[in-house]
Design a protein around this ligand. Structure first.
Ligand code: ATP
Ligand code: MG
Length: 234
């Protein structure tokens, strides 16, 4: 199988005053192209920390992450920025949408960030079209001019997913995308993610919900600072 992302011996600790908290203690992990992987584990076990390390939003203390056989820690800043902007799409648990911007503008932000000001004049019509088609796909075509605070939680999460997809990233990282939603709304989000995966989108999703995890292609459980594969037929 084609390996997209590989994590080797990832360690991460946090220092709180004099206390050192060892969160990740040697995580090995591989994500293959086309997979839909769920990361499960108790609250505080390091799921978000690990996802941030995959997306180069945080650095491991030890170990390394490779994307298509290239180590992220060998990237220059500009290449790392490009990786964060174009290679991974990140969906945050609490949406992190910009309330000053409309739904449509929020979705276009990563496209704007990917080019300079002159480039944006050229790219904008195409980005706008793409943003509108993504929002339509997620049933938000009547919400384009709304502000995020005028939307429901499920709608906000769908905007966040559209934003994560605008630059067509090979890898979508989603941190508890259904965590704050009632089960029906959460199922709608999961269905949208499953549909994307069926079209070839590689997805890594953190979830607390074992029922949701059971619907993906592979489950990884994080416990005691290590990652273990969960056998689906157990
Ligand atoms: N910036 C930080 N400084 C200090 N400690 C941190 C920091 N970020 C996370 N931690 C601690 O590291 C541990 C792992 O945090 P993390 O957010 O990765 O857990 P999680 O598995 O995502 O939990 P949850 O399911 O509740 O979201 C927690 O005990 C947390 O308190
Ligand atoms: Mg978390």
């Amino acid at each position: 199988m084609n390996t997209l992302l590989k994590a080797t011996d990832i360690h991460k600790s946090y220092k709180m005053g004099k206390v050192k908290l060892d969160v990740l203690k040697g995580v090995d992990f591989q994500i293959h192209k086309g997979e839909f992987v769920a990361i499960v584990g108790a609250s505080g076990c390091g799921k978000s920390t690990l996802l941030h390390i995959f997306g180069a939003l945080d650095l491991p203390d030890r170990g390394y992450v490779e994307f298509e056989n290239q180590r992220l820690n060998s990237f220059r800043w500009s290449k790392l920025d490009r990786f964060r902007n174009k290679t991974v799409g990140f969906v945050f648990q609490f949406y992190h949408l910009l309330d000053e911007l409309s739904v449509l503008e929020n979705v276009m932000v990563p496209a704007m960030a990917s080019v300079g000001v002159p480039g944006w004049f050229r790219l904008k019509p195409r980005a706008k079209k793409k943003a509108m088609s993504l929002l339509e796909r997620f049933g938000l075509q009547d919400r384009l001019r709304h502000k995020p605070y005028e939307l429901s939680g499920g709608e906000r999460q769908r905007v966040a997913i559209a934003r994560a997809l605008i630059n067509e990233p090979p890898l979508l990282l989603a941190d508890e995308p259904t965590g704050n939603l009632d089960s029906r709304t959460g199922n709608g989000i999961l269905e949208a993610l499953k549909e994307l995966n069926a079209e070839g989108q590689t997805i890594v999703m953190v979830t607390h919900d074992e029922r949701i995890a059971a619907q993906v292609t592979r489950i990884i459980r994080l416990a005691d600072g290590k990652a273990k594969e969960v056998m689906l037929n157990q």
